[in-house]
Design a protein around this ligand. Structure first.
Ligand SMILES: NC(=O)c1ccc[n+]([C@@H]2O[C@H](COP(=O)([O-])OP(=O)(O)OC[C@H]3O[C@@H](n4cnc5c(N)ncnc54)[C@H](OP(=O)(O)O)[C@@H]3O)[C@@H](O)[C@H]2O)c1
Length: 290
């Protein structure tokens, strides 16, 4: 099997490359210089050149304030990009995998969302990703669509240049106290766990929509508290509310996903978020965590 990774140098793409290589799978790493997902010709040429059996699409425009300000660009990458990959993949007999987000939900349910729950995004980003999901399944009906949440990896998100962990370390170093919200609840998930499970799922031939996050849930403040205590950051960590940080972007206050379809398959469950975080910190921030 040969697998192309779109966004191979991104946060998730880097770990996908590593997991595929570790599994002995041939890869075609595609950076933004190699492929422009918003252009069908570029997508088709790239898939023809590399002739993969599957393509994993991690490309996204996902700086949420910029998405609100520039819906045209957001939809060009997240929705039309998904359409182009689905079209070219279907034409060429390539399996299409699209990574989506917990932000397709509005949070109103207040308990974990499973794959049958009706999405209702609150912002341009979430709406563009939902459009990307739909276009993937319409134009490549065998697509695998994986909704992930609160991701962090050893390579920072390309667009933000950071992840939540490096942000907390930077704020703790710079500020007299750090304030983090208690009223947004999610499931932080390391990209390595997503990547390893994605490789397993490729082996099963799974199609359709699946949720793929760690088990359990926490507020951003609980997530931060675990980072502060494990890394022994001494700056005081204070509780805040979403309303304390006015933003042009509406976000769900609750976006926990239930891995219901995964539980129905004969695969190991995803790790608990806290254990996964501790393992990540021990591996990537060993000196501080020691
Ligand atoms: N961050 C989160 O917490 C989160 C949560 C849920 C879901 N997701 C989803 O997870 C996926 C991966 O996120 P990530 O944090 O790994 O992103 P990332 O670090 O920003 O990586 C995205 C990659 O895609 C490339 N790319 C961007 N626009 C492209 C385009 N138009 N054509 C081709 N390549 C393009 C980027 O290249 P350049 O940087 O060189 O442009 C980069 O290599 C995304 O689909 C995102 O929507 C993220």
């Amino acid at each position: 099997m040969k697998v192309a990774v779109v966004g191979a140098n991104g946060q998730l793409g880097t770990d996908l490359m590593e997991a595929l290589t570790a599994a002995g799978i041939e890869t075609a790493p595609l950076g933004h210089n190699d492929i422009e997902v918003a252009e069908l010709d570029s997508v088709r040429a790239s898939l023809e050149l590399h002739a993969p059996d599957a393509v994993l699409n991690t490309a996204a425009f996902h700086s949420m304030p910029e998405c609100e300000a520039d819906p045209r660009r957001t939809f060009a990458v997240n929705a039309v990009g998904a359409l182009n990959l689905a079209r070219a993949a279907a034409e060429l007999g390539v399996r299409n995998v699209y990574f989506s987000t917990d932000y397709v939900f509005d949070g109103g349910k207040g308990e974990p969302y499973d794959e049958t729950d009706r999405p209702r995004p609150l912002n341009v980003y979430g709406t563009s990703k939902l459009a990307g999901e739909r276009l993937s399944e319409v134009y490549a009906p065998d697509s695998l669509i994986l909704r992930i949440s609160g991701i962090y990896g050893r390579v920072p998100c390309r667009h933000k240049g950071a992840n939540f962990i490096t942000k907390m370390i930077e704020l703790a170093d710079r500020l007299p106290e750090v304030r983090v919200v208690t009223d947004e609840v999610l499931t932080p998930t390391p990209t390595r766990a997503i990547a390893e499970k994605t490789v397993e799922l490729l082996g099963t031939g799974a199609t359709g929509l699946m949720h793929l996050t760690c088990e359990g849930s926490c507020s951003w403040h609980e997530f931060a508290a675990e980072i502060f205590s494990t890394l022994r950051l001494e700056t005081p960590l204070r509780e805040a509310r979403v309303a304390d940080f006015p933003s042009p972007v509406r976000r769900p206050h609750y976006s926990v996903l239930a891995n219901t379809r995964l539980a129905e398959m004969d695969l190991a469950p995803m790790p608990d978020w806290r254990q996964a975080l501790r393992d990540f910190l021990a591996r990537e921030h060993a000196a501080a965590a020691g």
